[in-house]
Each structure stands twice: as C-alpha cells, then as structure tokens.
Design a binder for this molecule. Structure first.
Ligand SMILES: O=C(CO)[C@@H](O)[C@H](O)COP(=O)(O)O
Length: 246
C-alpha cells in the first residue's frame, strides 16, 4: 500500500488527529515532571478513532513521539502519526523523523485491545527495579487495590523491534484489572482509556513500586484480603473523584 497522507482524511479526522497531537505532546512533559524517565527513554501514545470518516482500510491511527528526541523539543507538530500496523503515515513531519522504537508494541496493543486508547512506557526507577527481578508488586496498599485492582503483574522477557513486547503486554493485561505490567528485565508499560489515564497509571505504578520497596526494607508487608481489594477497587473506579469531570 502506498504511504497515506493526512490530506486523504476528512476535515473532522484531521481535527481529531491535530487535537491528539497536542494532547500527546503535552502529556510527554509529565514523564520528566514526575521523574519517570532518563534522557529520552519513555513514550506516550493515543489512539484516534476515525469512525465513519475512515478511508478504508484505516479505521484508526495513533499518535506517538519521535524516537530519541529530547522531551523539551516535543511539540504537536513533531508528533508522529501511525496506522495500527505501526507504519508512519505522511504526517507532515520530516520523512527522517522515525516514530518511537516502541511503536510496534503500542500498535500491537491497539490492534488487540480495542478498549485501550492510550499506552505509556517508561523506565521509572523503582518499577524497573521490580522488573529487573521479574517480581510482581504485591497488593499491600489501598492505592494498589484502587488503581490496579490487585498485584502489578510481570510480563515475559521480550526483545524490542517486533511484536514480542506487544504480545507480552496483551497476554498479561487481557483479563487483568491492572493497567500496568512490568515487562521482565525491561520496565513498566501502562494502558488506559486515553493517554492521560495511561500516564496516571505510570505515575501510580512508580509510586507503589517505591513505597512497597521502602516498606520491605523494614519488614514484610501483608497482602490485603481479596474481598477488601475488590471493595476498594469498586469504590475507586465508580465513586472516587468528580462526576462529569476529567
Ligand atoms: O526500552 C527502550 C530501548 O531499550 C525504549 O523504551 C526506548 O528507550 C524508547 O525510546 P524512544 O525510541 O521512544 O525515544
């Protein structure tokens, strides 16, 4: 198939893509702000559903950062637009501006988890130290029950560059309440309804990785009973926060 260009999409699709490029560029600033990344090693993406405006066979695209570019230099105009097979479209960025090296993993998640609208990857220090040991973070804090609905699971060891990481994320998170997976000896990947929710999960994943690590330095924290985890999860997911307020 020849390279798609943005001008093949409808006006409303272009507006949705432009808005998403701004959202994804802005959310990348949260990674260094929350101390989740070193240098350029972390990325955020968000799906754009094109609905009835889709030029067949492209029902959705996603927006992700270019690889290896400083967070300070990320703007809406250098966010890369890809089809769900991970191919960059002609998106008015330079042809030399390659998407993140984790693009194939994000694309695999979008293809296999239709409810997921945002994906984040970081190498945040404490979560990555659990990943380095291949150790599940046990649900010993109410915040974990709230956000993750249980333990933060570990996914398989997988090499970067093809579908392997994406397959590991999907295998681990499909059917799980957790929006975070610690990929074995790599680091955390998080998902959400949109990129903002996935960034939130990345921030909270690092927070619970840090606090459980600190707790274990002085003792053996106890896992919360399953019925209490279920009650906390139900309350946080359904009652916490403001109604009709992002
Ligand atoms: O884990 C790795 C590399 O080992 C990746 O997560 C990269 O560190 C992400 O960098 P970008 O290509 O997104 O800039």
């Amino acid at each position: 198939m020849s390279t798609l260009h943005l001008n093949e999409f409808s006006d409303s699709a272009n507006q949705a893509i432009a808005a998403t490029r701004q959202i994804v560029a802005d959310l990348h600033a949260e990674l260094p702000r929350n101390d989740l990344v070193a240098w350029t090693a972390g990325n955020v993406s968000q799906r754009v559903d094109l609905g009835e405006d889709a030029p067949e066979p492209v029902p959705a695209v996603f927006v992700i950062k270019p690889s290896g570019v400083s967070y300070d230099e990320l703007t809406a105009s250098n966010m890369v637009v890809c089809t769900l097979d991970g191919t960059k479209i002609d998106d008015d960025t330079s042809t030399g501006l390659s998407p993140s090296s984790d693009t194939a993993a994000h694309a695999y998640v979008y293809r296999h988890m239709p409810a997921v609208g945002g994906v984040v990857h970081t190498h945040s220090a404490y979560a990555t130290s659990w990943a380095a040991r291949g150790e599940v973070i046990p649900c010993v804090l109410t915040m974990m029950a709230d956000e993750f609905g249980g333990d933060v699971p570990v996914g398989p060891f997988a090499l970067i560059g093809d579908d392997s990481i994406g397959r590991g994320i999907v295998e681990t998170l499909q059917g799980s309440r957790s929006p975070a997976v610690l990929m074995d000896r790599h680091g955390p990947f998080t998902i959400g309804a949109g990129a903002q929710e996935a960034v939130k999960a990345a921030v909270l994943c690092e927070e619970v990785a840090r606090t459980v690590h600190l707790a274990r330095a002085y003792g053996e924290p106890q896992r919360i009973a399953q019925h209490q985890i279920d009650a906390l999860y139900a309350r946080y997911q359904n009652v916490y926060g403001q109604k009709d307020h992002a």
